[in-house]
Ligand binder design. Structure first.
Ligand code: HEM
Length: 509
């Protein structure tokens, strides 16, 4: 009996040892979406870097609405249909709510401590909440109506002064920068003025180019050091320093002004004018009064302000620029939009923001512009924080996710006659761009979606309505719609290759 027990125990022991030594059964290998073989970096990135939404769209036509590719060392998934975007951005909203650490963003945005490029986590939640509650709330956006009105008036003055043919792109760019300067700094952006002398406009332009540019380290982290050799690191550091010094000066001015106001208040003196809080003031207030465990540093304040400019100026300009271009190319739509504005505003010179809710066709024009020309055609990249299953495919953690909003806006599965500019399609439709309808996602969707939809649309609507109300628009003599080059140029946002030059004829003489 003892022997039997001994043999049984020995057998059990050997069995257990054997099991322990057997190679562990590997987990099922993930079922990745289809896609091309790893794309060698050189050659493809030239193409992908220039017009990624087009290159990725072509690949989607071949491999489907979700496909996988290895870009350099980076596993990447491309989403190109409303159905798959909904699964990615709604069903897996949290898992895909992080951003990859892009090289230029790290250098330019104080180590990604802004809102747009911060990785998901407690810090991002904190600054995003400040953005939504303090900086971009409906009440705050409303408080900037005078800033928008003043900049619209400046733009009309510049158009009138040009006396006919105007470089509308230039003026729309100044309008978009002007609105943000007033909202953020409480100051005017005047041509030849303080900001222009300090090269603010060119600094903003440089930022867009650098952010949209290609860095080897973003796709080959092991070759990060090459950015020092190519000179990119130096350029980024120089641009960063210029902005940093500029912001230091702005913040210093605000602190001095706040001290002066407080002193006056203490002395019982009344302020002559009502105090309007600009975004820098709001952030300084938040910083001073914060009792949270995560107090903002001055660098954090600068990173968030920079975000407002980087995310808010070019996007507004591009929407207005493509909107006016499409209207000039489509005179019937232009006339219908003008008739609507005229019927609501009548003989008044100035369009008021309270007129806008009645302008259904104008809103449809803006939606159609977003559909065909989303300012960020490939949404700001996301990074998966854990593995998820999308459309039946396994997407591992730390995969980069690109959503091609441009391709989705032109998908024949979602849109009839997708390449035509037809604002009417939105008149009897409930489709909106607020992140609920995945056929139209110019502002992205989910917890990482744009927090400034109200700010962005307010600036676009009032400017477009006033341009249509004050002037009749035509192409310059000798230029036909066929001559208009609709080629897109890609940075982090998507401009038209040509500047828009048009003839403005005053309507209200
Ligand atoms: C026409 C106007 C605009 C468009 C089309 C637009 C579009 C976008 C898009 C596509 C994203 C990425 C969304 C995603 O990942 O799902 C984004 C993010 C962001 N936008 Fe906008 N935007 C506009 C205006 C603005 C303005 C005016 C501001 C600020 C003043 C702004 C601030 C931001 C910020 C801070 C983020 C980052 C959000 C985060 O990562 O949590 N945007 N925007």
């Amino acid at each position: 009996m003892v022997q039997l027990l001994l043999v049984a125990s020995l057998t059990l022991l050997i069995f257990l040892l054997l099991i322990a030594r057997l190679p562990r059964k590997r987990g099922r290998s993930p079922r990745l979406p289809p896609g091309p073989p790893p794309l060698p970096l050189i050659g493809n990135l030239h193409q992908l870097g220039r017009l990624p939404h087009l290159s990725l769209h072509r690949l989607a036509l071949r491999y489907g609405p979700i496909f996988y590719l290895t870009l350099g060392e980076i596993p990447t998934v491309i989403v190109s249909s409303a159905r798959v975007a909904k699964e990615a951005l709604r069903t897996h909203d949290l898992a895909l709510a992080s951003r990859p650490p892009l090289y230029a963003a790290k250098k330019l945005f104080y180590g990604c401590t802004d809102v747009a490029f911060a990785p998901y986590g407690a810090y991002w939640r904190h600054v995003r909440k400040i953005c939504i509650v303090e900086l971009l709330s409906a009440r705050r956006v409303e408080s900037y109506a005078p800033a928008r009105a003043a900049e619209v008036a400046c733009m009309l003055g510049r158009i009138a002064a040009a006396g006919g043919v105007v470089n509308l792109s230039k003026l729309l760019g100044m309008y978009a920068n002007g609105v943000l300067c007033r909202a953020a700094f409480g100051r005017e952006f005047v041509e030849g003025g303080e900001y222009e002398k300090r090269g603010f406009q060119s600094m903003l332009h440089e930022y867009q180019v650098l952010l949209g540019g290609f860095s080897v380290g973003d796709f080959m982290p092991s070759l990060d050091w090459l950015n020092a050799v190519t000179g990119l690191k130096k350029i980024l550091e120089r641009t960063f320093r210029r902005f940093d010094e500029f912001f230091d000066q702005i913040i210093e001015d605000h602190i001095t002004e706040r001290r002066r106001r407080r002193k006056k208040k203490k002395g019982g003196e009344e302020e002559e004018e009502e105090e309007v809080m600009d975004l820098v003031d709001v952030l300084l207030d938040v910083k001073e009064n914060e009792s949270s465990e995560m107090p903002l540093t001055m660098d954090n304040v600068k990173a968030v302000i920079l975000d407002m400019f980087a995310a808010g100026t070019d996007t507004t300009f591009i929407t207005l620029d493509w909107g006016m271009t499409e209207l000039l190319m489509n005179p019937t739509a232009m006339k219908r939009a003008q008739d609507e504005v005229q019927s609501i505003v009548g003989d008044r010179e100035t369009v008021s923001e309270s007129d806008l809710p009645h302008m259904h066709y104008l809103k449809a024009v803006i939606k159609e512009t977003f559909r065909l020309h989303p300012p960020a055609p490939v949404l700001v990249p996301r990074e998966s924080m854990n593995s998820v299953t999308i459309d039946g495919y396994d997407i591992p953690a730390r995969t980069r996710i690109f959503v091609n909003a441009w391709a989705i806006g032109r998908d024949p599965e979602s849109w009839r006659n997708p390449n035509a500019f037809m604002p009417e399609r939105f008149l009897n439709s409930s489709i909106d761009f607020k992140g609920q309808d995945f056929e139209l996602i110019p502002f992205g969707a989910g917890r990482r979606g744009c927090p400034a939809i109200t700010f962005g649309t307010a600036s676009v609507e009032i400017a477009l309505a006033q341009l249509l109300h004050s002037f009749d628009w035509e192409l310059p003599t000798g230029v036909t719609t066929e001559d208009m080059d609709m080629t897109e140029v890609f940075g982090i946002t998507m401009h038209r290759i040509e500047e828009l030059v048009a003839v403005a004829k005053p309507r209200l003489l």
